[in-house]
Design a protein around this ligand. Structure first.
Ligand code: AKG
Ligand code: FE2
Length: 285
C-alpha cells in the first residue's frame, strides 16, 4: 500500500500539462541537504590544502558551503574538476539519490504499473561557473542523453539560492508532448560527444513554447519529464551555481524494456546505435 500521497491532483495535472513541476520545500534542509553541503565544504578544504592555497574561508554553514571555491578555480580551473568528480561520491548525496520518496513520486506521476529504476551514472552535482559556457547544456531532452526509458524523470534541486544572474535552467512548457525530437551534432571547441548534441532545427523547435526559468532555493525540487526541452541559463553572477540532479526511469515502459534499459554516453553507449532514427546528420537550419 502506498503511504500518504506526495502530490495533489492539481500538481499531477500541472506536471502532465507542462512536463515540469516545482515542488517547494520537498526536502528537509537539516536532514537531507545540510550533510551534503558539509561534505562539499570539506572536499573543497582538502583540495585547497593539497595545493597549498592560502585562502580565507568562512566557517561552514548552509550559506557558505562553497567558501573558497571561486579562489580555487581562479588558481587553476582543473582543481575545480577534482571537486566536481569528488562531490557526487559524498554518502549523504548518494543517500538522497535513492530516497524512497523518489520512487514514490515516479509511481504517483506514472501510474500504478510504473516500476521505478535509478539511472546508473545519471546522478551528480553540477557546478556552473560564472562566465563559463563550455559545460552549459544546450536545449535538449533528457532521453537521448540518458536512455533507460522514454518516460524517465530528472529530479533537479539547488544547493544554494538561485538568482536570476546565476542563469537558472530554462524549460519549454508542454514540449514533452512533442515526443522524442531528432538531434544532430555540432562541432564546438572542447565539447565532448554528449555536450555537442543539439536539437535539429533548434530555434524552430523551441519557438512555439512558453519558457520558464524558476528561481529555486535549497530544499526545492524541480521534477522534469525526460522529454521536456530544457537548457542551462548563462551564469553572469560572481558565484558558481551548484545543483543536484538525479534521474529515475520506468522499467515497465515498452521502449526502454525493448532496448534492455540501456544507458547512453555515461554508460559508454552512443545513443545513435539504439535510436538511429533520432539522429539527423546535417544541421540544415
Ligand atoms: O542545471 C543545468 O544547467 C542543466 C540541468 C539539466 O539539464 C538536467 O538536470 O537534466
Ligand atoms: Fe537535462
Amino acid at each position: 500500500m502506498m503511504s500518504r500521497l506526495l502530490l495533489s491532483d492539481s500538481q499531477r495535472q500541472t506536471f502532465e500539462r507542462d512536463g515540469v513541476l516545482v515542488i517547494p520545500g520537498f526536502y528537509d534542509l537539516e536532514r537531507d541537504i545540510l550533510p551534503i553541503q558539509r561534505g562539499i565544504y570539506d572536499i573543497i578544504g582538502l583540495v585547497l590544502d593539497k595545493y597549498r592555497l592560502a585562502v580565507e574561508r568562512a566557517p561552514f554553514s548552509a550559506a557558505t558551503f562553497d567558501s573558497g571555491y571561486q579562489d580555487l578555480i581562479a588558481a587553476n580551473r582543473s582543481y575545480g574538476g577534482e571537486v566536481y568528480d569528488a562531490v557526487k561520491q559524498i554518502p549523504a548525496f548518494v543517500r538522497l539519490v535513492v530516497n524512497q520518496r523518489h520512487d514514490q513520486l515516479l509511481c504517483e506521476l506514472r501510474g500504478p504499473s510504473a516500476i521505478p529504476g535509478v539511472a546508473a551514472g545519471g546522478y551528480g552535482i553540477r557546478i556552473d561557473n560564472p562566465g563559463e559556457d563550455r559545460f552549459r547544456a544546450h536545449w535538449h531532452q533528457e532521453y537521448p542523453a540518458q536512455l533507460r526509458s522514454l518516460d524517465g524523470l530528472v529530479y533537479w534541486s539547488p544547493l544554494l539560492v538561485v538568482s536570476e544572474e546565476m542563469g537558472p535552467v530554462r524549460f519549454c512548457l508542454g514540449s514533452h508532448h512533442l515526443g522524442p525530437v531528432a538531434v544532430t551534432s555540432k562541432e564546438e571547441d572542447g565539447r565532448s560527444a554528449a555536450y555537442a548534441l543539439v536539437l535539429h532545427q533548434e530555434q524552430k523547435c523551441i519557438a512555439p513554447f512558453t519558457q520558464i526559468a524558476p528561481l529555486t532555493s535549497p530544499g526545492d525540487l524541480v521534477v522534469v519529464d525526460f522529454l521536456v526541452l530544457h537548457a542551462s541559463g548563462y551564469n553572469r553572477a560572481q558565484r558558481s551555481r551548484w545543483s543536484m540532479q538525479l534521474r529515475y526511469f520506468n522499467f515497465s515502459e515498452p521502449t526502454g524494456r525493448a532496448h534492455g534499459w540501456k544507458g547512453s554516453y555515461a554508460a559508454g553507449v552512443d545513443f545513435r546505435d539504439v535510436h538511429p532514427e533520432l539522429f539527423t546528420k546535417q544541421e540544415g537550419e
